[in-house]
Design a protein around this ligand. Structure first.
Ligand code: NI
Length: 191
């Protein structure tokens, strides 16, 4: 028996979320909770989750960039104190959107919720904390919000020049990256 299922108040890494949009800081478990392992998240969405030990070490970060062939990077700090237009930016991050390129983020401080659509369009909530790296394929819908800590710092890695441009749903449906993502879905996952 998985300990997480017996003690859902201990925040696990990933689960199917309920349908409520009230108080986003809360966990939003379904009843009963449907917890997912990183492997299940990958099988259901194509999203990879990796633990990076010593994530604040410049050597570790340089190695990550080299191994992933990520040519550029920058930092994003989600904090009312340091992020200009905080409320507007946070609202935008929670609008369902996709990108033309993959999205790679290493959480180096704090924590927050990434929400991703699985292959069947259901929301999976990921509670990412320091040392978690997430790799979202291009063309998949997602959104982001913070937890009660109200703080998250991320290293953003890019294959080429930084591509922050977000395309909201449903406009993203017309993006070539969306077609490619849909075509990449393993046929075994569709009933
Ligand atoms: Ni995004």
């Amino acid at each position: 028996m998985c300990a997480y299922l017996e003690q859902p108040e201990i925040s696990p890494l990933a689960w199917y979320r309920d349908d409520s949009d009230e108080n986003l800081y809360e966990r939003h478990f379904t009843d009963p909770p449907r917890i997912l392992t990183p492997q299940e998240v990958f099988e259901k969405s194509g999203v990879r989750l990796i633990k990076v030990q010593h994530c604040n070490s410049p050597i570790v970060q340089a190695k990550l960039r080299e191994e992933g062939n990520y040519k550029t990077f920058d930092w994003l700090e989600l904090s009312r104190e340091t992020l200009p237009n905080y409320d507007e930016r946070m609202k935008k991050l929670y609008d369902e959107h996709l990108h033309k390129d993959q999205e790679i983020r290493l959480i180096t401080e704090g924590s927050g919720y990434f929400e991703i659509r699985d292959y069947e369009n259901k929301w999976i909530r990921l509670h990412l904390k320091k040392s978690d790296l997430i790799q979202l394929p291009a063309g998949m819908y997602h959104r982001l919000t913070l937890d009660e800590q109200n703080y998250m710092k991320m290293l953003r890695l890019f294959s080429d020049s930084p591509q922050w441009e977000a395309v909201d749903r449903p406009n993203g449906d017309a993006e070539p990256s969306r077609f490619e993502y849909l075509q990449s879905i393993p046929s075994t996952t569709i009933e």
